[in-house]
Design a protein around this ligand. Structure first.
Ligand SMILES: Cc1cc2nc3c(=O)[nH]c(=O)nc-3n(C[C@H](O)[C@H](O)[C@H](O)COP(=O)(O)OP(=O)(O)OC[C@H]3O[C@@H](n4cnc5c(N)ncnc54)[C@H](O)[C@@H]3O)c2cc1C
Length: 388
C-alpha cells in the first residue's frame, strides 16, 4: 500500500521549509522529504544567511529583492525573533570605482540608510540562524529524512515517488540538483561556495559586506569568546551535488569531492575569507571552528523559477511552429498538472524563499497568476527559440 499525501515536497532547504510552512496553514496532509539526515544540510546549511538590500539603479530584480527582504525580515522577526540579529548591515565600497557607483545609487536606495564608517548602514540588514529557521518553519510538518528520491512518475492522476509514496501534488525544491526534472529548458548553474565560523576576541557590532560578509559577533559563554561568520566564496565546480555538510564532517573531503573540491581548495578559501574579513575589521586571535560548503542554484538570468512547469513535448506537438519563432500566448502552453517548483534562489535564498513560497502557495490556492519574471515560461520561450 502506498502512503498518500495531498502535498509532497522534495528538498528540505529554505525553499522547501518555507513552502511547507505556508502550505501547512491551509492543508494538513503534507510530507517533506530530504536525502539528508535533517533540514538545511545542502546550500541552506552553508549559508551565512545574511539579509541585505540590493543596491543599484531600479530594475525588476532589485524590486523583487526589496519586496522579499521586507516580507522575509518581517516573517522572521514576528515568528522567530530569537533567530534574527537585526543589527543592520554596513555596505562598504571595495575601491574608488565602487565608491563612485555607490554615490550614483544614493537616489535609488529602497531602504533608509546613513553614512557609517567607510560605508552605508542599512538598518534593515540582518543575519539569521539558517538551521534554526528551517527547523522552526518545518516543526509541524511530517518529514522523511535519509530518503533519496530517484523516480517521480504520474499515474492515474497521482504522483508516485519511488513507487512508494503517492501524492496529489508534488513540489520540487531540490536546489542545485535538478536531476528529477526532465525538461531541457529547466537549467541551473551550481555555484559552490564556502562559509566559515570563527572564534575571536574582537567585538563586532554590525554586519558588514565588502568583498565578503562579516557578521556581528555573538558571545559564546562556554568558550568565553566571540563568534563571527564569514562568507562566502564562489566556484563553478562540477561536483557531486549529493554531498552534504554532515558527510563532510564525518569523512575525508578529498575522497568525497575527488579533484574539483579538494582539501586544498577549502584551505585556500578559508585563508581568502580571513583576509577579506580582516580588510573589513581586524579580527584578534582567530580560531576557525566550523567550515561549511554548499552549491547555490542560479538560473541563467538570476531570477528564481517558481510555479508550474511547461510540458515542452506536448506544447511543441500542439504548436510545432513555435520552433520557427512563432508567438503563442502563455495560457496556450501545456502545463504539467499538479507539479510545482521553487528554485533558482541563488545567493539570496534566505531573503527570497519565504516570499516566493508565500506567493506560490497563494497562487495554488487562488489559482492566481505569479509574476511573469519568476515563472519558468521565460526559460521555455528562450529554449524553444534557441532549439529551432
Ligand atoms: C557558502 C554560501 C553562503 C551563502 N550565503 C547566503 C546569505 O548570506 N544569504 C542568503 O540569503 N543566501 C545565502 N546563500 C544562498 C542560500 O544558501 C541558497 O540560496 C539556499 O540555501 C537555497 O535553498 P534551497 O532550499 O533552494 O536549496 P538547498 O538548501 O540546497 O536544499 C535542497 C535540498 O534538496 C535535497 N534534494 C535534492 N535532490 C533530492 C532528491 N532527489 N531526493 C531527496 N532530497 C533531495 C537536498 O538534499 C537539499 O537538502 C549562500 C550559499 C552558500 C553556498
Amino acid at each position: 500500500m502506498y502512503k498518500e499525501y495531498d502535498y509532497v515536497i522534495i528538498g528540505a532547504g529554505i525553499a522547501g521549509s518555507s513552502t511547507s510552512y505556508f502550505l501547512s496553514k491551509h492543508f494538513s496532509s503534507i510530507l517533506l522529504i530530504d536525502r539528508n539526515c535533517d533540514v538545511a544540510q545542502g546550500a541552506s546549511g552553508a549559508a551565512g544567511a545574511f539579509l541585505s538590500p540590493l543596491l543599484g539603479k531600479p530594475n525588476k530584480f532589485k524590486d523583487l529583492v526589496t519586496s522579499a527582504l521586507k516580507f522575509s525580515s518581517k516573517l522572521y522577526k514576528e515568528n522567530i525573533p530569537e533567530e534574527i540579529n537585526n543589527c543592520g548591515v554596513v555596505r562598504i565600497p571595495k575601491n574608488n570605482e565602487d565608491l563612485k557607483k555607490f554615490k550614483t545609487y544614493e537616489e535609488y536606495m529602497d531602504f533608509p540608510y546613513e553614512k557609517y564608517e567607510d560605508g552605508y548602514l542599512f538598518k534593515i540588514g540582518s543575519q539569521v540562524n539558517s538551521y534554526n529557521i528551517c527547523n522552526f518553519l518545518t516543526k509541524n510538518i511530517e518529514k522523511k529524512f535519509n530518503y533519496e528520491v530517484n523516480k517521480i512518475e504520474k499515474k492515474d492522476g497521482f504522483w508516485l515517488i519511488n513507487d512508494e509514496i503517492k501524492a496529489i501534488n508534488l513540489i520540487l525544491t531540490t536546489g542545485a540538483d535538478i536531476s528529477l526534472i526532465e525538461e531541457k529548458y529547466f537549467s541551473l548553474r551550481a555555484v559552490w561556495g564556502q562559509k566559515i565560523d570563527v572564534y575571536t576576541n574582537s567585538n563586532i557590532n554590525r554586519n558588514y559586506h565588502k568583498e565578503c560578509s562579516l557578521s556581528a559577533s555573538k558571545f559564546d559563554d562556554i568558550k568565553k569568546k566571540n563568534i563571527v561568520s564569514i562568507g562566502a566564496t564562489h566556484h563553478r565546480f562540477n561536483c557531486d551535488l549529493k554531498v552534504c555538510n554532515h558527510c563532510i564532517k564525518s569523512a575525508n573531503i578529498n575522497k568525497i569531492f575527488s579533484h574539483s573540491y579538494s582539501q586544498s581548495t577549502v584551505n585556500k578559501d578559508t585563508e581568502k575569507l580571513l583576509k577579506l574579513a580582516n580588510d573589513i575589521k581586524h579580527l584578534d586571535d582567530v580560531e576557525v571552528f566550523d567550515i561549511k560548503i554548499g552549491a547555490r542554484a542560479s538560473s541563467v538570468d538570476y531570477f528564481p523559477m517558481v510555479g508550474k512547469l511547461i510540458d515542452s513535448k506536448k506544447t511543441i506537438e500542439k504548436y510545432p511552429h513555435l520552433k520557427n519563432g512563432s508567438f503563442i500566448k502563455d495560457d496556450m502552453f501545456s502545463m504539467i498538472d499538479n507539479l510545482y517548483v521553487l528554485n533558482g534562489v541563488g545567493g539570496r535564498g534566505f531573503v527570497l524563499s519565504p516570499y516566493l513560497a508565500y506567493n506560490l502557495v497563494e497562487s495554488i490556492l487562488k489559482n492566481n497568476f505569479l509574476e511573469e519574471s519568476i515563472k519558468v515560461n521565460r526559460l521555455f520561450k528562450r529554449w524553444v527559440k534557441r532549439s529551432s
